[in-house]
Design a binder for this molecule. Structure first.
Ligand code: SF4
Length: 328
């Protein structure tokens, strides 16, 4: 297996690509072969994107009461959870969070809202906040506002949005088990509309929902087809009251293998490990960079707390990794 893994890495570095069958085969590596896979992912990462870590932070600008029924989500109105419920925060609050992200060394800052989409006065408020963030900070703001069309993407871009974030969540073949209130195609169309508006796209998903290993590969290939700019990888942190509250966690090694295979499928993309890092990787959190990730989220997540920022900054420095401002 070591030779097969090395040959795949050489081929990718030479400009070729990994096939779907090869990627699925790599999901089955076990024992010490796992380290061969990580070494290959590291080589590919260093060749295509170097050895820097990109940091991003988010604000949950509107929480809860979402009409969608995503099985993992604490903010779905279909679930009874302890997640906070509040309307869109004032623009001063978004600005203050952007300033805090800037202080923490993170130049990429996401304004995230729960719900199917935003429009009307809420959209206007976000446009105003974006203009102020661009004027008053060095932060490059991104937004995650649900399903949007090209016109909305253009408005957000004109107000200063650098990147639009919209996850596919999982593979098309598994999506109906996770969400039935909208179609997978609505998410794909959003990504296409945003790209058409000339905005960079951050698009990934969440692992450990019960999807199979080949379905993880399937989503990576969809992301490759869509040619998204960066790929956030979340790992399920089961929340009490959601449909997946009792889901068995994906193992730490499965998380790392999935990151490594994503690096081989998406060699030149930014791969950012986001929610569920602490819960699923525990002592192995620093291994995400050996497995091929070149970014991570710092600070808190949408409805769960992240690790102390200073602890993360010490981890980057202990690993000798240079942290860089996000410039998608
Ligand atoms: S993941 Fe997004 S769309 Fe799905 S329920 Fe949660 S807030 Fe709503």
């Amino acid at each position: 297996m070591e030779k097969i893994i090395n040959d795949i890495a050489h081929r990718i570095i030479a400009g070729g690509s990994i096939t779907e069958a090869e990627a699925i085969k790599l999901t089955q590596v076990q024992g010490t072969e796992v380290y061969d896979l990580f070494r290959a992912a590291t080589r590919v990462k260093e060749h295509f994107v170097g050895n820097e870590v990109h940091l991003c932070s988010i604000i949950n600008a509107k929480s809860g009461r979402c009409a969608e029924n995503c099985a993992f989500c604490a903010q779905s109105a279909h679930h009874k959870t302890d997640a906070p419920v509040y309307p869109l925060v004032r623009e001063e609050e978004m600005l203050a969070s952007a300033r805090m992200a800037e202080t923490n060394g993170s130049a990429c800052f996401g304004i995230i809202t729960s719900g199917t989409t935003v429009n009307g006065p809420e959209l206007e408020q976000i446009l105003t906040a974006l203009r102020r963030i661009r004027k008053e900070t060095t932060i490059l703001p991104s937004c995650s506002l649900g399903i949007i069309d090209e016109e909305t993407a253009r408005k957000l871009k004109e107000a200063g949005m650098d990147t639009y974030h919209h996850n596919l969540e999982t593979a098309a073949s598994f999506f109906p088990q996770i969400c039935t209130t909208h179609d997978y195609q609505d998410d794909v169309n959003t990504v296409r509309a945003v790209k058409k508006a000339g905005v960079k796209v951050c698009c990934g998903g969440i692992f450990g929902l019960g999807e199979s290993a080949p379905q993880r590969v399937e989503m990576a290939l969809t992301l490759k087809d869509l040619d998204v700019d960066s790929v956030p990888m979340n790992f399920l942190n089961p929340i009490e009251g959601t449909r997946l509250e009792g889901a068995a966690n994906i193992s730490a090694q499965e998380c790392l293998k999935t990151i490594a295979i994503y690096r081989l499928i998406l060699p030149g993309k930014r791969i950012t490990v986001c929610g569920g890092r602490e819960k699923n990787l525990r002592d192995l959190q620093s291994w995400i960079f050996f497995a091929g990730a070149n970014g991570t989220m710092i600070g808190n997540y949408l409805t769960t707390l992240g690790r102390n920022v200073d602890t993360d900054l010490t981890m980057f420095s202990d690993l000798g990794l240079k942290t860089v401002m996000c410039a998608h």
